[in-house]
Design a protein around this ligand. Structure first.
Ligand code: NI
Length: 274
């Protein structure tokens, strides 16, 4: 039987939580069949670190961008800095005979749970980074927490202004309703599900996992956060992705290999990975 291969499309293995054993964490992911990983990022420094790390590993990719919880760090130079990272890493990758590992702009969006910065600032930075993604022809990774309607309005604005790709990206760790997911899918987005789908009380995430068109689903760990059962409460890592896939398979009465296979295809399609 062919080995089951997974794509963790949202992980933060560049995080300091992995400072002491990062190599083993990458190895365990590989051993678990999680052969593709996309490192999601939160600010300019984090973007640079993740991009350098991605260059060191086969089938490891990353985003660059400023997280809504850090929106206050955005200034007029931020887009230039991010573009410079994109160019510099692209050149380095070329010398190594690889494709540029930077595959998305993210995490971008709105976080009204923490509300670290004024909502108008968050909205402005969100839109600026959608423009940047358009300029670089990259999809976006959306972080939206307790801000569904405002985020949707901005995405609809982007859609109506031709700023979104045909495969515009993913609404990461989606926590909204089935109807909310359907509206994003109509704009072209995929939906990312994470560890919470394995939690008993995650009614909405389980409903989405059960009913969504499988071609519109991505699986993510968001490591080191959101650890799935049976490791809930411990540090998360990419090797735990199959626990999420297993629950999705059970909810759909599907084979786990088919979930792995289709979500890998989806991840490659959304992030333009050969
Ligand atoms: Ni994340």
């Amino acid at each position: 039987m062919a080995k089951t291969i997974w794509f963790d499309t949202h992980s933060h293995l560049q995080d300091k939580a992995f400072a002491s054993d990062r190599d083993q964490v990458f190895q365990r992911a590989k051993d678990a069949g999680v052969e593709y990983i996309l490192l999601a990022t939160s600010n300019i420094e984090d973007s640079r670190v993740a991009a350098e790390l991605a260059l060191e590993h086969q089938n490891v990719y990353c985003s660059i961008g400023i997280h809504p919880q850090e929106a206050g760090r955005w200034d007029q130079k931020s887009a230039q800095f991010l573009k410079k990272i994109y160019r510099d890493i692209g050149k380095k990758a070329k010398r190594l005979g690889r494709d540029n590992p930077i595959k998305a702009i993210g995490e971008i969006g709105l976080d009204y749970h923490w509300d670290n910065d004024p909502r108008e600032v968050q909205k402005f930075v969100y839109k600026e980074q959608i423009r940047l993604a358009n300029e670089l022809n990259l999809p976006v990774i959306i972080h939206e927490r307790e801000a569904y309607q405002d985020s949707y309005d901005i995405l609809e604005w982007a859609y109506n202004n031709g700023l979104l790709k045909d495969e515009p990206g993913v609404s990461h760790c989606f926590s909204g309703s089935w109807q909310g997911a359907q509206r994003l899918i109509k704009l072209g987005f995929t939906i990312g599900l994470d560890g919470p789908v394995t939690f008993k009380n995650a009614r909405k995430a389980k409903e989405i996992a059960a009913k969504i068109n499988l071609e519109k689903l991505l699986l993510e760990t968001d490591a080191p956060y959101l650890t799935p059962e049976p490791y809930r409460g411990k540090r998360n890592e990419s090797s735990y992705l199959p626990y999420i896939g297993k629950v999705v398979a059970e909810l759909r009465n599907a084979k786990i290999e088919d979930i792995a296979k289709q979500t890998l295809i989806n991840g490659k399609r959304v992030f333009s990975i050969k």
